[in-house]
Write a protein that binds this ligand. Structure first.
Ligand SMILES: [Zn+2]
Length: 323
């Protein structure tokens, strides 16, 4: 145990901390998690995360073996990757010098990037793709993020590259979290699919009997998992919601491939755990719409890492792989 780092994941809905051994490429001990205390703002969230990190180190028993901290942040960060630009989920993060705060709290060097880049890095190195030079990653969970590895390095552009969630797929589409209309995230994300489900049971309950039953006819209870389940039960309205969302995701993937010519596009995040739904409504569109040049040339895969790409990728931020 000589390459130990503390990995911290600031998500919009949950915080997670774990010690990673970069030598054996394993998470050491339990992943310490708690819901993000959204109502307490940035200050309360930071204190909660420091507590999670301290618990992860305490379980290890030998905190002095840990050499650095890697931070995944659920929102854009500054070009020098020292401060947070914004969180769409938690107030008062704007401009916070998070790297300095974490470094001071743990008395260790700290390194940060946004969660899309971190997940792309983790997926590339630990998800079975490290022999490839070019990978595009899209995270579809509560929101939609992403990151690109080009020539074996993260491509950051001026600092904000890799935001496929805010590619516009329908200029007249629903309102997005960024304030515009019709971004991919506004039609294919956990919150967008839940919103469509709520509308369906309010406006046309007869077309979604399974969703009415699953939610006990309470729109406030509906989440994306319920809409997926009602789609499996063949509710016409839910089939329409899910197939429409995944059609937009597939078109975004196709456009990314045409634009970037990566060797693989990996889709991760909570929604992709419903592999059967992706087989039915996502992959056929990808196959049908793929430009002939790219057929057999670029793979499109679902992540097999079950969410661990964020903590493992955060650990890699402390190495030269994240330069
Ligand atoms: Zn947007």
């Amino acid at each position: 145990m000589k390459d130990l780092v503390l990995a911290l994941d600031f998500g919009g809905t949950k915080l997670a901390a774990a010690v990673i051994d970069l030598g054996t490429e394993k998470i050491i001990g339990p992943v310490i998690q708690q819901p993000t205390p959204v109502t307490e703002g940035a200050g309360g969230t930071l204190q909660a995360m420091i507590h999670c990190g301290e618990q992860a180190l305490a379980v290890l028993g030998q905190p002095q073996l840990v050499k650095a901290v890697g931070i995944s942040f659920g929102g854009p960060v500054s070009q020098d990757r020292k401060s947070v630009l914004l969180s769409n989920h938690v107030a008062n993060w704007n401009g916070a010098r998070l790297v300095d705060e974490i470094s001071r709290a743990f008395k260790l060097p700290a390194f940060m990037d946004n969660d899309g880049n971190v997940a792309a890095l983790g997926e590339w190195w630990f998800g079975g793709y490290r022999k490839l030079n070019n990978l595009a990653y899209i995270q579809v969970s509560t929101g939609v993020g992403g990151g690109f590895i080009f020539d074996r390095q993260l491509y950051r552009g001026g600092g904000l590259a890799g935001e496929p969630g805010h590619y516009i797929v329908d200029v007249n589409g629903p309102q997005c979290s960024c304030g515009r209309q019709g971004c991919l995230e506004s039609v294919c994300s956990g919150w967008a699919i839940a919103r469509e489900g709520r509308q369906a049971i309010s406006i046309k309950p007869g077309s979604c009997p399974a969703l009415v039953r699953l939610s006990e006819n309470q729109p406030g209870k509906i989440n994306a998992a319920m809409v997926f389940e009602a789609c499996r039960a063949l509710d016409p309205a839910c089939i329409q919601i899910v197939s429409g969302a995944l059609n937009n995701l597939a078109i975004t993937v196709i456009n990314l491939i045409t634009c970037l010519d990566p060797q693989v596009v990996v889709i991760g995040g909570g929604l992709t755990r419903s592999r059967d739904i992706f087989e039915k409504y996502f992959f056929p569109v990808v196959t049908e719409q793929m430009h002939p040049f790219f057929k057999g040339r670029c793979m499109v895969e679902i992540s097999a890492m079950n969410g661990s790409e964020l903590l493992l990728g955060a650990a890699l931020l402390t190495t030269e792989k994240a330069l």
